[in-house]
Design a protein around this ligand. Structure first.
Ligand SMILES: *Cc1c(COP(=O)(O)O)cnc(C)c1O
Length: 361
């Protein structure tokens, strides 16, 4: 595939193979990076230019670069996998390209042609393919864009850098799939109607970190946010969508709007519905959650996203109490089945009926 923009290629001096192999044995999450990066620049009046695949290196930024002051920054998170047969694949990358542009629109940033986004991602995957761990690891790709115009006036910037870096990763949560505990924040919210909740922008994360820190202090793994208007409706975790499995087998998940439209979320909804499961995208309140957990109507809860895939939630803590879901120590059958169905497709181990897998040459 080509976007029409010529990529200048400057090969990196790679980390020696033996050292690389040792590094990716236990890569952790997001702390190890590959040899290359892709950068493409955008200038007002000129569009996208200077596409490069080059050695990963620090940026040199002027202290007045707009992103450092007004946070015009968006990103994506996606993975490349190495299948049993050695083939390299990605999961629905065109969805990430589309969402990236939706985030860009919300943040008054330029659109990047989807072909160019995909070409950039494929270029770094191909160049750094030896960094993809075997087994259940993968190569996490982080496309992002920020404004680096040197200007302190407040308006959309006139110059941006699009970049893709890659990080070999293992499981997001340590604990081998054991359910996580989450903290319900009654102090902080993540997004309001008309705000940036549906955009994948760094600013959303900046605003969520204090709540995440509170969750850790409360002995929890993650925070879950309620809506900003009423502090009543469950929205999502800091970086994952959430699903509720009822005793009649049906599933409820919060509707789109102020939450991030997860590709994992959309894929799981489609897989569950294809399996005859009733999935409702509808508001679900924290009060209902508590009552349904206590009555036993609620059987399973899980969070989902590219990084952690599907993570069971076993315990919920809030100001004034705590409750469990199921036996709180193992992922329930619906959570496990959906996780396996999705991972099977992502890893090329089951039939890709929906054309979700893209092979990287
Ligand atoms: C990225 C993200 C998700 C998950 O989206 P996926 O496309 O499934 O990875 C959920 N919530 C937030 C806030 C996110 O940033």
């Amino acid at each position: 595939m080509t976007s029409g923009l010529e990529f200048r290629v400057t090969p990196a001096t790679p980390v020696p193979a033996a050292e690389r192999a040792k590094l990716i044995e236990d890569p952790g999450f997001g702390k190890l990076f590959t040899d290359h990066m892709v950068t493409i620049e955008w200038t007002e009046g000129k569009g996208w230019h200077d596409a490069e695949l080059r050695p990963r290196a620090p940026f040199s930024l002027d202290p007045a670069s707009a992103v450092l002051h007004y946070a015009q920054e968006i990103f994506e998170g996606m993975k490349a996998y190495r299948g049993r047969g050695g083939e390299i694949t990605m999961f629905r990358p065109e969805q990430n390209a589309r969402r990236f542009n939706e985030s860009a629109a919300r943040m008054a940033m330029p659109q990047i042609p989807e072909d160019l986004f995909l070409e950039a991602v494929e270029k770094i995957v191909a160049a750094d393919r030896d960094w993809i761990p075997d087994g259940d690891g993968s190569l996490y790709l982080r496309p992002f864009m920020f404004s680096d115009e040197v200007f302190l006036g407040v308006r959309p910037a006139a110059h941006y850098i699009f970049c893709v870096i890659a990080s070999p990763v293992g499981p997001y949560f340590k604990g081998g799939g054991k359910p996580v505990t989450i903290w319900v924040s009654d102090t902080y919210t993540r997004a309001a109607t008309g705000g940036t909740g549906a955009a994948k922008c760094g600013g959303n994360y900046a605003g969520s970190l204090i709540a995440q820190a509170e969750a850790i202090r409360q002995g929890c793994d993650q925070v879950v946010f309620l809506d900003a208007a009423e502090r009543r409706w469950v929205e999502e975790l800091g970086g994952m969508n959430v699903f509720f499995v009822m005793d009649d087998g049906s599933i409820v998940t919060p509707p789109l709007g102020t939450i991030l439209p997860g590709i994992t979320r959309a894929s799981l909804i489609e897989l569950a519905r294809a399996d005859g499961v009733k999935v409702e995208e509808k508001p679900y309140s924290f009060d209902e959650w508590k009552a349904d957990a206590e009555s036993g109507r609620l059987r399973e809860v899980f969070a989902c996203g590219t990084a952690a895939v599907v993570a069971a939630i076993g315990k919920v803590r809030f100001v004034g109490g705590e409750f469990s879901i199921g036996d709180a120590s193992t992922a329930g059958p619906v959570t496990q089945k959906l996780r396996e169905a999705l991972v099977g497709i992502q890893r090329g181990e089951s039939n890709d009926e929906r054309g979700w897998i893209r092979k990287i040459a």
